[in-house]
Design a protein around this ligand. Structure first.
Ligand code: GLU
Length: 578
């Protein structure tokens, strides 16, 4: 039974219930489903689904709320990639709303005296800020595939920003990591520091400036972000960063025209097959879809189902190593560089590359030659140096609805805390996405005017027999690719349930001499790690890799939403009950 409630009443009931409920990281049911890393964001999506909104509507409501509760990872000051399975069109579509370089940018953006700036020095500056795409991305998704208005979808986020919430350990931890960066800027210090320190766990935090900014977008529409007073404030914050007295940072050069002319791109997703599944991933400028497809193509040449787990994982690490060699060499903004996509995705090329996987652990392997496996074998610009530094943040959410639509959405402001610049009086952080460019050339991913930096974000939707089978994605910079890949191998090849696959210990091999692994007693001290070490793998330990969210469509007609049960706090996975 549907009972009509006024928006205010609905929200107060929702806020009460969200205070009382635990956040389940796994839920199964028959209705629409959502998984995010934040309970208020998952509740916002559920509320929209219950109101009759579809998965696209609900994803935007969740994303706007994540901008309040996870402000150091994502928000309207950044950009992202949304993958949508449209049940109506039986098609997967990708919406690229990645940040772009302003017109003033040249390949020398991050050079000082002809030397590349060290990555950390490049981040807290106006020069690192790309033209944000998130708001136009939401608007584009809504116009084409949504059913509700932007104003309706921003309502839950406005409530959370206005009423606030108690700061949890995770918020505090990331806030603390950013103390030095935020201390450079007046507006960031005011919003995110108390006497120069991160807000304490348990203290109440609200963001009325962000509530007002969302209200402005609700009242005037997405264009209000790109033209008018808000645009004036964004341009001013980039070009004259609001630094504290005595602090100097590098000023950016973004114009009103850069903002006004920002464009979203609808792109053909990367499509590949793996053991009877159809895998859809994000195309360039993300490297995620191509690298995952390539690694899966290599793994498909082995009979993983009949191998020991350690051998499967050995091959997973080898495939990832080789896929990253090509990713680092060839992938950048497709409007600026000729990426040999056809060759990279060719099953024949994968077979040839897979021959390199059978020995002991690969070290830093070289890029292959995919050009021989495509119709146009001419070679574009080749890289001259290895991978630069990338950071490990962002957020990913998954939503599905009863009509069968699915959304996989990863969005970001790049580093935790982005550039550190809060737009004064507007309550949101600006990205540092341009540090995802390579700092020195020649390289396909060097900074250029209007270009989009290469990304690793990998929203993924997998079909079987033309129907959604599961969707998965994660934050984590370049470890996003390995998190998505490993979760798929865990589920498809090692036979783990979807939640086991998400929660299993993660390893990330990105064409390096060492493999990053999570420090977990169920992995690092066990037989599995020993077997991998015997195969020549050397590990570097870290606390956590990624924070995945996904949904699996079960054969009995139910859906299971899965979030993290330990990483990044505890995520919240919900399924509609009525
Ligand atoms: N900037 C990164 C990318 O586009 C995402 C940030 C992160 O996950 O750390 O791949």
């Amino acid at each position: 039974m549907n009972i009509y409630l006024t928006p205010a009443l609905t929200i107060s009931i929702w806020l009460t219930s969200f205070a009382l409920q635990a956040a389940p990281p796994v839920s199964t049911g028959h209705g629409g489903a959502v998984a995010t890393i934040s309970e208020p964001a998952s509740q916002a999506a559920l509320q929209i689904l219950d109101k009759g909104g579809n998965a696209i509507d609900a994803a935007i409501a969740a994303a706007a709320t994540l901008g309040v509760t996870e402000p150091f990872s994502c928000g309207i000051g950044g950009g992202g990639f949304m993958l949508i399975y449209s049940a109506r069109d039986q098609q997967v579509i990708s919406i690229d709303h990645r940040e772009t370089a302003p017109a003033s940018v040249t390949p020398r953006l991050f050079l000082e005296d002809n030397h590349a700036l060290p990555w950390p020095d490049a981040v807290p500056n106006g020069i690192a800020v790309g033209v944000p795409g998130t708001v136009l991305g939401w608007q584009t998704a809504l116009e084409r595939y949504g059913t509700l208005s932007l104003a309706q979808l921003l309502e839950p986020a406005i409530q959370v920003a206005t009423q606030g919430f108690n700061i949890n350990e995770n918020f505090h931890r990331i806030n603390q990591i950013n103390e030095a960066k935020f201390a450079k800027f007046e507006s960031a210090s005011q919003l995110y520091l108390t006497n120069g320190k991160a807000h304490q766990i348990g203290s109440h935090f609200s963001n009325p400036d962000l509530a007002n900014t969302y209200q402005l977008l609700a009242d005037r529409g997405a264009r209000a972000f790109y033209e008018g007073e808000l645009a004036d404030d964004i341009v001013a914050a980039v070009n004259t960063p609001p630094v504290k007295k005595g602090i100097t940072v590098l000023a950016g050069d973004m114009s009103h025209t850069d903002l006004k002319n920002y464009e979203v791109r609808l792109r053909q997703p990367i499509h590949s097959t793996y053991r009877g599944y159809d895998v859809y991933g994000m195309p360039a400028p993300s490297s995620g879809g191509i690298a995952i497809a390539q690694a899966l193509n290599m793994l498909e040449t082995f009979d993983l189902a009949n191998m020991e787990r350690a051998q499967v994982e050995h091959l997973y690490l080898q495939a990832s190593n080789l896929a990253f060699a090509d990713r680092n060499a060839y992938v950048a903004d497709p409007e600026y560089t000729d990426i040999p996509v056809q060759g990279l995705l060719s099953k024949e090329y994968a077979k040839a590359r897979a021959q390199l996987m059978t020995g002991s652990a690969l070290q830093q392997s070289s890029a292959g030659d995919p050009f021989r496996y495509q119709q146009d074998p001419s070679w574009p610009l080749r890289p001259s140096h290895p991978l630069g530094q990338e950071s490990l943040h962002t957020t990913h959410l998954a939503v599905s609805d009863r009509e069968g639509n699915v959304v996989a959405y990863t969005f970001t402001i790049e580093d935790w805390g982005g550039s550190g610049i809060v737009v004064p009086g507007r309550g949101f952080l600006l990205n540092n996405e341009l540090t995802d460019f390579d700092f020195s050339s020649p390289h396909p991913n060097v900074a250029e005017a209007f270009k989009r930096p290469r990304s690793s974000m990998s929203p993924t939707i997998v079909l079987k027999d033309q129907q959604p089978a599961f969707t998965i994605g994660s934050p984590g910079g370049s470890t996003i690719i390995t998190t998505v890949l490993q979760t798929m191998v865990n589920h498809i090849d090692l036979g783990m349930s979807f939640s086991e696959a998400v929660n299993a210990p993660r390893m990330s091999q990105r064409n390096g001499d060492t493999t990053l692994v999570e420090k977990r007693s169920d992995f690092t001290d066990g037989e599995q790690a020993k077997a991998l070490a015997a195969n020549g793998h050397t590990f570097v330990e870290t606390e956590q890799i990624g924070a995945a969210n996904g949904i699996i469509f079960n054969q009995d007609g139910t859906v299971t939403a899965v979030s993290e049960s330990k990483r990044h706090g505890v995520g919240t996975a919900l399924v509609q009950q009525q």
